[in-house]
Design a protein around this ligand. Sequence first.
Ligand SMILES: Nc1ncnc2c1ncn2[C@@H]1O[C@H](COP(=O)(O)OP(=O)(O)O)[C@@H](O)[C@H]1O
Ligand SMILES: [Mg+2]
Length: 272
Amino acid sequence: MNSVIEVASLRKSFKGRDGTSRAVLKDLDLAVGAGEFLCILGPSGCGKSTLLNVLAGLDKAYEGRACVSGGRVGYLFQEPRLLPWLTADGNLDFALASCRVPTSRWSELKSRYLAMTGLSEYRDYYPHQISGGMAQRLALVRALCVEPGILLMDEPFSGLDEITARRIRSDLLSIWEETRKTIVFVTHSAYEACFLADRILVMSGGAFRQEMRVPIARPRSYDDLAIFEFSRDVIKAFGDGIGREPVPSVIPVTEPSLVDDLDRHIAARMNI
Ligand SMILES: Nc1ncnc2c1ncn2[C@@H]1O[C@H](COP(=O)(O)OP(=O)(O)O)[C@@H](O)[C@H]1O
Ligand SMILES: [Mg+2]
């Protein structure tokens, strides 16, 4: 495998307010192949964003090795981070200029990715004039426009409503299938990881606990039962991985009397 990301014995600590040092990334080893779609799945606070910041070159205070090759790195955050005083088009121009993409290519790149994400009609809109889902799609266009070889995505759809999020996830998969960029996608949603990834790394407490290949053929459909079933296995691994009891596949109803009471209450209200 031709790896474009290679991490070896990566360690990182943060100083707490009392001055003591706390390990946040603990001896991570990671290799990501060119064109691979990797999801890192883990609970809040386990070190996912810290790892992405190191990979993006935003954080250089670490020990060990973190080598990223294979072109420009694009970064998509949880929130769109658009410039409010610029239109959609202006935001894209700003990114293209910052990355020194030749102006002769701007029009073609913008049109291509705006069309892919269904935003062609909104070029003249300001960020406050478009919905949250559209703003996040625009942030995705901004990341893609500068033609990164590697895309780092930090829970980019977790702030969106489920209907919008599933539409954008499908858009992202279509774009990835067309462009085959290397993607490292951080999430705390097992279902999202199973829908998107070739491979899932389960992370907790600053370490990788489990690695799973997603055995589901592409192209994938969001409602495929196989994704649901595999996500159940991943959730079990996730439970084991973070040292708790595995999550049961069927959650037992522990208080049937409450449910009965509710049924009776509803029946009484409906006069039945
Ligand atoms: N700049 C910082 N200073 C001190 N502690 C930090 C800093 N950034 C993150 N941390 C701590 O590192 C841990 C991992 O954070 P983070 O990587 O943001 O987790 P995740 O993205 O998985 O939710 C958390 O306990 C967090 O409080
Ligand atoms: Mg985070």
